[in-house]
Design a protein around this ligand. Structure first.
Ligand code: HEC
Ligand SMILES: [Cu+2]
Length: 367
């Protein structure tokens, strides 16, 4: 038989193609890392905080080692396939067999062991750097509690409780002011993952996990609950606002204030309807079950099953990043949470249109 097996042709074409793919991958990764504006706000190739950076460095190292092994094995394989393919005039005998070569066996035992040891040491170093049970020096502490399907954030000592949108100060690498996050869960397993700031860490009931971040640049960093925790896991989004120190301090100051019990008797231009509606809404809010699940500091509402609403209007989004915080969305949410987040644990309270308007007006005073 002298028909050339087609595999040879394909084999010699695949080599360069894979090489090209690999080069494209590497240039894409470095491109992502370099660009100031990453292609996606959850880009794992654009670290902006020390833990994310260290993990990124490790993954590039592991990728490089794996790529080198791949290239070596693939070229040897391609070489063997081409060089020793069946030729016209082969006598059909087996080639000489080699048994018990100490050199060969040592080589293929020792080299992989060395590679694994190198990967293990590099990984162990990164884990030790990234995981600390105690807060790093100078750190601000935040407690994050995972709930189905939203996030509670507490700033112990600062007397601030908020939800879904975490604010932290920017950390200048010369004078680091990291944020140490204790991770708890109120129900089931969740996972805190903001790819540009750090790796994933799970929030597990009856367990205290922790992580830290030190974002180097101000901005909004997006993330997501990365552990399936129920129907609305996909809409359990994370928003981390990294602010310059003064701006962060101002935010803390504002969050420490209790809610205005009644919108101040329309001191400026408005004296009519809106504040009446808000007062009526406040009344409805307090006589319906809303206050069993929601807290508004400075009022009788002190429920903890749902997000703290004291400064609801200071948030850009509703229901853990599900929709922008607009009056329309707010009204729709109160009317029927499942229209926005099917499976959400807030029930539709069956308010009529007028009450809905009033409650919306009240919530809009919670700045
Ligand atoms: C059984 C408990 C419960 C009751 C009663 C309840 N809520 Fe909720 N509420 C929740 C939960 C849980 C969430 C979070 C849902 C999510 O994001 O998955 C929520 C979310 C919200 C949000 C969005 C908060 C944010 O930070 O995005 C608003 C606003 C809200 N509720 C208002 C109300 C109003 C007004 C009432 C009364 C008419 C009410 N809730 C009654 C449990 C409740
Ligand atoms: Cu979750």
């Amino acid at each position: 038989m002298s028909i050339r097996p087609p595999i040879t042709v394909a084999g010699s074409a695949i080599g360069p193609r894979i090489l090209l793919l690999l080069l494209m991958m590497i240039s894409a990764i470095s491109g992502f890392a370099d660009s100031a504006e990453p292609l996606s706000p959850t880009n794992i190739f654009a670290p902006a905080s020390t833990p994310a950076n260290t993990i990124f460095g490790l993954s590039v190292f592991v990728l490089a080692v794996a790529a080198a092994i791949f290239m070596a094995v693939f070229s040897l394989l391609a070489y063997a396939v081409i060089r020793y393919r069946r030729k016209a005039g082969d006598d059909g005998h087996e080639p000489p067999q080699v048994y018990g070569s100490n050199q060969v066996e040592l080589a293929w035992t020792v080299i992989p062991v060395l590679i694994v040891v190198a990967l293990f040491m590099a990984t162990a170093r990164v884990i030790a750097n990234v995981q600390t049970a105690a807060a790093p020096p100078n750190a601000m502490e935040v407690v994050a509690v995972g709930h189905q399907f939203w996030w509670e954030f507490r700033y112990p000592g600062l007397n601030v409780v908020t939800a879904n949108e975490l604010h932290v100060p920017v950390s200048d690498p010369a004078h680091p002011t990291p944020t140490f996050i204790k991770l708890l869960s109120a129900d089931t397993d969740h996972s805190f993952w903001v790819p540009r700031l750090a790796g994933k860490t799970d929030l597990i009931p009856n367990t205290v996990n922790s992580m830290w971040i030190d974002p180097h640049e101000a901005g909004l960093y997006l993330g997501q609950c990365a552990q399936y925790c129920g129907t609305q896991h996909a809409k359990m989004l994370l928003r981390v606002y990294v602010q310059p120190r003064e701006e962060f301090d101002r935010w803390i100051q504002a969050q420490r204030q209790p809610a205005h019990v009644n919108p101040p008797q329309a001191t400026t231009e408005r004296t009519e309807a809106p504040s009446d509606a808000a007062a009526e809404g406040h009344h409805i809010f307090e006589k319906t079950a809303c206050i069993n699940c929601h807290a508004v500091a400075g009022t009788p509402a002190n429920g903890r099953f749902g997000p703290d609403l004291t400064h609801l209007m200071s948030r850009d989004t509703l229901a853990s990043g599900a929709v922008p915080n607009t009056p329309g969305n707010l009204r729709l949410w109160i009317k029927d949470p499942s229209a926005i987040k099917p499976g959400s644990l807030m029930p539709a309270m069956g308010l009529n249109d007028q009450d809905l308007d009033a409650v919306t007006a009240y919530l809009e005073t919670l700045r």
